[in-house]
Structures are given as C-alpha cells and as structure tokens.
Design a protein around this ligand. Structure first.
Ligand SMILES: NC(=O)c1ccc[n+]([C@@H]2O[C@H](COP(=O)([O-])OP(=O)(O)OC[C@H]3O[C@@H](n4cnc5c(N)ncnc54)[C@H](O)[C@@H]3O)[C@@H](O)[C@H]2O)c1
Length: 330
C-alpha cells in the first residue's frame, strides 16, 4: 500500500485526500498547507498529522506519493516549489493542472522527475472516464479510419478576474489534453478571444489548430456560461466514422461512415459514474495502480509531459492573441 501526502488543502486538496482515503491502494498519512487554519482543519477532518512546511512533512513522513494541489496566480504558480521538493525527496507526484503558469518551470519539474526516475502525473481528469477510454479504443482499433478533424468545446462559469489569461491557462489544459489524447500532438494554433460584458479577461476563446499528423480542429471555450446543461463535447471524425463524447462520461455515440445505424454508450445506472468527483477518483486510482505496478515513468497516463505539452499549446494561443498570427507550437 502506498503512503500518500497531500500538499495544498483547499477544496481540491481535500477532494484528493478523500479519494486516497477511499482507495485500497493508498494510505493517507499527512496533509500540508502554508495556511495553518486549512492544514489543521484538514488534518482533523481526515485524522492525519497536519503540517505547514512541505520539507518538514516530507522528512518526517517519507511518503511514497504526493499530490500537489496548490494553486496561486493563474491557478498554477504555487505548484513548482512543493513539486520540486517532493521529487527531490524521491516521491512520485500527482500535480494539479495547469502544470505551471510558466513553461520554464513546467520544464524543470518534468526534467527533475525524469532525472529522479519518478512518476509525475497531472490531474488531467477529463480523459479518465470509461466513455473516454472506449472512444480511445475505437481510435486505436481504427474504427474511425484515417483521422480527419476534431471539434472540442467546454464552457463553465468562473467570474475570477485575476489575470488576462486565466481562462486560457487554467481551463484549457483539460480540453487540449483531451484533443491530444485522441489526435496527437498539435503543431500550429491560431486563437481569437473575446471579453464578455463586464469582464476584463479573455473569458471566451476559439482556437484553430493543426495537428502534426495532419488532423485539423477547433476548440471553443468559455468562462461566461452558468452551469446547468451539458458543459463539454468532443467530436472526432475520420474516414471510417465519427464519435461524439458528451460531458466526459455521460454519453458516447459512434457514427460509422456510410451507415444509418450508430453505437451508443450511455453511462450505466449501476456501476456508472455518479458525478464529476468520479473523474478524480478514476484518475487518482489509475495513478496509484501505475505506481504500484512499477510502470515506467514515461508510460504514465496523463503525465507531466502531457501537462507540459498542453501548456505549450496554450502559450502559443496567447501569443496568437497578442500578435494576430498563427503560432507554431514549440
Ligand atoms: N482537475 C480539476 O478538475 C480541477 C478543478 C478545479 C481546480 N483545479 C486545480 O486545483 C488546484 C487547487 O485549487 P483550489 O481551488 O483548491 O485552490 P486553493 O487556492 O483554494 O487552495 C490551494 C491551497 O494551497 C496552499 N498552498 C500554496 N502554496 C503552498 C505550499 N508551498 N505549501 C503548502 N500549501 C500551499 C494555499 O495556502 C491554499 O490553501 C489549482 O491548481 C486548480 O487549477 C483542478
């Protein structure tokens, strides 16, 4: 059983901790937050020791796995320091998205994980669903034939106005990751963005993309629409057919080319996902399974490399908004 600590006890850190507590592969052994009130409250609720210093917790508990669920500027500036400390201490790390709000820091974290030969995953939870996996199987089995295009969209409400790039950097690690999961690496991006009434940040955006394998696609996203109806949709088409995945786990349709019948996967009543929290449960369980099985760090599903690749695409999109040009992803 893996000994696990969680660093950053906001709502998301508490959710990670709950998932570890209910997973048979893990034993939650400690929590940490620089805010003493949050550390103590979480420690009390979860029945584990609470720390305000990452270094002290790592030294005293020697965990095998650490979740880094800090946030900070653009929801990503605080991940770097605890991640580097945990990797240096020899832990496997599961970090929250975005990997970092700065590409250079993301690169350093990925490089250190590689040097230390530790598994480094990012909580790219939107791809961790049974329906998402089935769609991936269809792609891998060739049911879509030669891939042609992808249409992705996601919209939620987030009124925070911290940075002009908050929506792009903090929401779209998920959507770009899902697009990469099915269609591979993205080579070029052109992005148009707008500000909804009363907003100062680029809160709605459309990204036009070219993939290295020739697939073309679009991503539309927004932080301006209240929750209620479905919020995420991914359509991938090829010469052999097309799938549409609605809301990550709820419904998946396969439309074979040239036929009038389709295959439908609908989230089952018994044994299906109950809500969004199950995407965390699934993602965390897969990380624990892969670490337990000794999977090679470069084979980790939803890896640091994947998180970094998504962020590079988003950085190119930002450059596109600033210059009005199509940007090659570096
Ligand atoms: N995967 C998802 O679906 C999803 C959804 C929402 C948020 N998130 C991500 O989860 C992360 C956390 O979100 P949140 O809303 O819980 O944020 P939050 O700001 O409420 O909590 C983060 C906590 O980390 C603590 N912290 C910062 N630096 C620290 C350090 N060096 N050591 C110890 N504690 C430290 C802060 O004091 C704070 O309490 C963000 O990166 C966000 O992007 C992911």
């Amino acid at each position: 059983m893996l000994r696990v600590c969680v660093i950053g006890m906001g709502p998301i850190g508490n959710r990670h901790a709950d998932m570890y507590r209910s997973d048979s592969l893990a034993q939650l052994v400690g929590v940490c937050d620089v805010r003493k009130d949050r550390a103590d409250e979480a420690g009390k609720r979860l029945g584990v020791p609470a720390f305000t210093s990452v270094a002290e917790m790592l030294k005293s508990l020697k965990p095998d796995v650490v979740s880094v669920t800090t946030g900070g500027y653009e929801y990503g500036s605080d991940h770097y320091e605890p991640t580097m400390l945990a990797l240096e201490a020899g832990c496997h790390v599961l970090g929250e998205k975005p990997i970092s709000n700065e590409i250079a820091k993301g690169e350093e974290m990925v490089a250190l994980a590689k040097r230390k030969n530790r598994c480094y995953g990012i909580n790219l939870n939107h791809r961790f669903t049974p329906a998402g996996r089935l769609a991936k199987k269809w792609v891998d089995e060739g049911k879509l034939g030669h891939l042609l295009f992808v249409n992705m969209s996601m919209w939620i409400m987030n009124p925070a106005e911290s940075s002009p790039w908050f929506h792009i950097k903090a929401l779209h690690p998920h959507t770009v990751d899902v697009m990469r999961y099915y269609c591979g690496d993205i080579s070029h991006v052109h992005c148009f963005a707008s500000k909804a009434p009363g907003r100062t940040i680029w809160s709605t955006a459309h990204f036009s993309m070219r993939f290295r394998n020739g697939v073309v696609g679009g991503l539309t996203g927004s932080y301006d629409i209240q929750r209620g109806h479905p919020m995420e949709r991914c359509e991938v088409a090829g010469t052999g057919g097309r799938f549409v995945l609605e809301d990550m786990w709820r419904e998946l349709n396969y439309y074979p080319a040239g036929q009038v019948e389709r295959t439908v996967y609908s989230n089952p009543v018994f044994g299906g996902f109950r809500d969004f929290e199950d995407t965390f449960r699934d993602r965390i369980h897969v990380f624990l399974e892969q670490v337990t099985a000794g999977v090679a760090p470069e084979k980790i599903d939803g890896s640091g490399e994947d998180g970094l690749a998504a962020q590079r695409v988003l950085q190119a999109a930002i450059e596109s908004i600033q210059t009005g040009k199509t940007i090659e992803v570096r």
